[in-house]
Write a protein that binds this ligand. Sequence first.
Ligand SMILES: Cc1ncc(COP(=O)(O)O)c(C=O)c1O
Length: 431
Amino acid sequence: MTFSKELIEEIRAAFPRAAADFNGRKRAFFDNGTATLVLDQAAQAETEARINWSANVGGIFDESKQASAAIHSGRVAVADFLNAPSPKSIVSGESATALLFNLSYAIGKELTGSENVVITDYEHYTNVDPWEELRKREKVQQVRYAQLNMEEGTLDINHLQELIDSNTKIVAISAASNMLGTKSSLEEIGKIAREVEAYFIVDAVHHIPHGPTDVQSLDCDFLVFSGYKLFSSHGSFLYGKEEHLNTLKPFKVKPAPKNPPGKFEWGTRNQAMFAAISGVIDHFRWLSSEVQANYVGKYTEYSEQKRDLKIAMDAIEQYETGLSKAVLTGFDDIPGLLEIPEVKVLGLTDINRISERDPTFSFEVANIPEEEVVTRLWKEGGIAARAGHYYSYAQDVYKKPKIIRISLVHYNTFEEISTFLKTLNKIIKNR
Ligand SMILES: Cc1ncc(COP(=O)(O)O)c(C=O)c1O
């Protein structure tokens, strides 16, 4: 399914900076893997909460009651988005990094020092160092890294399976690599983790805007994502199975709540971030209403908001698959990344396996430095891309401290891809 011209225009209209930046400069925003653009509805809801409901929770006056209500609605919205059984299983925090460190400290208290953690060679460092810290403090013996099939940029699942044994207490995996775009086979990995009763932890920060995420069907123990990668404000959310949230003992100050989610939340909550994420969920519900006709009889096992959110994310996933194909194979008159001999894409390029990747592409251009490529893409084509290190462990594995990356989301268009490819082809020709 692709979005109609009218629908993509309406989607873009919901993002004040989709077409042009604050200077009015028209550009294609292809740096979404770093941070997505902000949805108007999310920013408005955030401002309303900041100005009108700025009071702290627990008071008898309206500003305080509204702050509590915004936090509760935000938790319900996130729970429905993830198909979590209850809003009580949604913890908020400053960032995914902060939430995973907090979680690692809490799990570390249960460990004896003889256990191991299994991660992969394509984790973001956010899902590396909380576990390496456990090793340094002798809470676990080893952090084991599952290898990649380097040529195709996928996870070597057999190696992952070999690394997991009865001493594995944590299997922590990203839903998709923020460098390669490859998605992990989370269902399969979850099964392997459960066989040894390890905590199965998912870093969904990169994948979250690209398709449906369902914590119950994944049967994961924890899953984390960040609002600024989902058209919202900074601040992140951690889903945890209630049984674990009840029994784990996070670091906390004494008077803070004894029960989840409050017991995992450091300091005062930010009602504005909950209001903002509710705005994003409303956008997805609107999108779902626009594409309903394609989903008659589908996702009927979910009710109301949950079903709408599944439909919206499914539609987004399908639209983005089309974008990925266009990036790789181009158009009738414009070669795609795969057809330009000077370009090497690091990651899955097999068109028959396109559904195994998100529209995030890291690539290099023979004989042209990365900085020059992104500078010329920007100046000559108005393409906002980046060359750098994205805190991905995979960059160290591939020995690519700097790499060009473009990452697309559902407000990006085929026209933008066409401009990008034309400009890139021109840069290569005219050097
Ligand atoms: C896969 C992944 N995990 C974690 C993070 C870090 O998230 P945060 O900035 O919320 O700590 C990122 C950010 O790029 C990411 O892509």
